[in-house]
Design a protein around this ligand. Structure first.
Ligand SMILES: O=C(O)CCC(=O)C(=O)O
Length: 289
């Protein structure tokens, strides 16, 4: 591989110590320009941006989800060498694309996401190991005012916590345990500028706040799994190991893609028959404690 921004030894150490790694300027303005422009021109993305309740308190966000990847901007970014190489380096084995989202917190609207681990859900999907992570790329500023992510530094070292379900959420942590976590681990607000990257471990406890700013907060959130760790449950075809041709690191800069949202299949996150529906809604919880 010849990724242009390979992770340094210090960055790799920091990720394993903290459970996350912020990389200022991981992508450049000219690479992000086409998707930022496409969203500005068509904020609903052809009506495919779904406003859904994601199980966190009673808040809603606007989501675009995809589990496959083609050669438009969206699919090329999902396969981009520096992102895939970074994920493989941090996970410690070759990776495949698990699923991805664009998460928009509209201006001045609620958008709080409660403290949770992503692997809590991925475990329910049947992944045996927490050898999974997400790479976020900021498409807009994400500040404390606009609802950036917060990480409990080092919390991934606890391993997987049970999820508990209550009236309106399924991703909660037991309140007594959560209070203790907040005492024990440093709460770091990870503010991002457009183009900044953030890799975070599937077991790091994280949250995000409401968007009180007067601009939408939009993040690209790409999740990868180790190739040896595909789900063992049989309703997970969309999360099964799939081929992924790595896109050269200069592909977006060179315009080597066809359209922005034109080819990668976008999931209908409100349709229970869509393969992407269970990215958020896990009606059967075989392993719910
Ligand atoms: O976009 C956000 O604010 C939160 C995203 C998140 O927590 C997640 O994808 O697990």
């Amino acid at each position: 591989m010849s990724a242009t921004r390979s992770l340094t030894p210090d960055q790799i150490v920091a990720y394993h110590r903290d459970g996350y790694l912020r990389i200022p300027g991981f992508m450049d303005a000219d690479e992000l320009g086409p998707i930022q422009q496409a969203i500005a021109d068509d904020p609903s993305i052809g009506g495919r941006l779904a406003t859904i309740h994601d199980g966190s308190e009673k808040t809603v966000h606007d989501y675009l989800g995809w589990v496959r990847h083609e050669d438009d901007w969206l699919g090329t970014c999902t396969r981009l060498e520096r992102i895939v190489e970074g994920a493989a380096t941090l996970i410690g084995e070759p990776v495949y694309h698990f699923h991805s989202k664009i998460v928009q917190k509209p201006a001045k609207r609620s958008g709080k996401v409660v403290w949770h681990q992503d692997y809590g859900g991925w475990y329910q999907d049947g992944c045996l190991m927490p050898d999974m992570l997400t790479c976020i790329i900021a498409l807009t500023q994400a500040t404390q005012e606009s609802g950036c992510l917060h990480m409990l530094r080092g919390s991934h070292k606890m391993g997987r916590l049970d999820r508990i379900r209550d009236d309106h959420a399924y991703a909660n942590i037991n309140p007594a345990r959560e209070a203790a976590l907040l005492e024990r681990f440093e709460d770091v607000a990870v503010e991002m500028q457009p183009g900044d990257g953030l890799f975070f471990h599937g077991n790091v406890v994280h949250s995000s706040g409401n968007n009180l700013a007067d601009h939408n907060r939009i993040l690209l959130e790409l999740s990868y799994n180790g190739v040896s760790n595909a789900p063992v449950f049989d309703n997970q075809e969309h999360h099964a190991l799939k081929d992924m041709e790595i896109a050269p690191d200069n592909a977006l800069r060179d315009g080597a893609f066809g359209g922005v949202f034109t080819k990668t299949p976008i999931c209908d996150l409100n349709d229970p028959s869509d393969e992407g529906y269970t990215i958020f809604v896990r009606d059967s919880f075989p392993d719910l404690s």
